[in-house]
Design a protein. Structure first.
Length: 267
């Protein structure tokens, strides 16, 4: 993906990387953001001008700040246990997958976790401590304590939480965890609530919502860069594939562009 982004950037100026600490192809943890996950999330929200409310169109917003985000069209059996991957070796890159669940709320939380990894850990191999830090970053980034705590119930009301998930773009499971994390409910209450959620799985208000229904959560940066390069520089798919030493089909796949040719079916 970095090779593809680099090939396109030779022809089109991609959005400026607006990630604190990122300069000259490297990110230096702790230089521009606090190293503590919650404080880092609060500061990044401030620097990106997100205010105190929900973060709308998270993936598109990450792209507008120069982070290359990729969502392959299909799940990858070779990496079936992987939700996402991020790297900043040359440019900030987040690859989301469809391997574990096609649910926009999980998808958004995963994207926020990878954002946390980018600003806190870089390319370090993720251990359990770093995973917990990325979770804490994502929770504060998507649902800041100062804003969400007054809205969270002290007695579990799943119908209310289902409405709240649509407003804030996080799962009911995440909201229950946030209630427990902030000391609003006990561990026993949280455990009983998770059991009730499992029983409600698939019911209206509790069913997964596909990412395809939310355009702002689907990456478009590289595909739009290719379209602009076609318009302004005369680039075509064959030339780009030749430069990369890939097949045109592989380029289309990584750009998220479906093959529009009619399919011949032999009966």
């Amino acid at each position: 993906m970095w090779e593809l982004a680099y090939a396109l950037e030779l022809r089109v100026q991609l959005p400026h990387v607006d990630l604190p600490g990122f300069a000259g192809g490297e990110v230096h943890p702790g230089v521009a953001l606090p190293s503590e996950p919650t404080a880092a999330a609060q500061e990044l929200r401030r620097q990106w001008g997100l205010g105190e409310g929900p973060v709308t169109h998270l993936v598109r917003r990450m792209e507008s700040h120069g982070i290359v985000v990729v969502l392959p069209a299909e799940a990858d059996a070779a990496a079936s246990t992987v939700d996402a991957f991020s790297s900043r070796s040359a440019c900030p890159l987040v690859i989301l997958t469809r391997n574990r669940a096609n649910d926009v709320y999980r998808h958004r939380f995963t994207a926020a976790r990878e954002l946390g990894h980018l600003v806190l850990h870089g390319d370090a191999t993720g251990d359990s401590r770093q995973e917990r830090e990325a979770d804490a970053f994502a929770a504060e980034f998507l649902t800041p304590q100062a804003s969400i705590q007054p809205l969270l119930p002290r007695r579990m009301d799943l119908t209310y939480l289902a409405d709240l998930r649509r407003t804030w773009g996080v799962s009911v499971h995440s909201l229950v965890y946030r209630c427990r994390e902030l000391g609003l409910i006990s561990d026993a209450t949280a455990s009983r609530t998770y059991q009730r959620l499992r029983a409600l799985d698939g019911q209206p208000g509790f069913a997964p919502e596909p990412v395809s229904s939310y355009t702002g959560e689907q990456p478009t940066l590289l595909a739009r860069a290719f379209d602009l390069a076609v318009q302004e520089t005369g680039l075509n798919m064959r030339d780009l594939a030749q430069q990369l030493a890939w097949t045109p089909a592989r380029v289309r796949e990584l750009l998220g562009m479906p093959d529009t040719r009619p399919v011949l079916r032999l009966v």
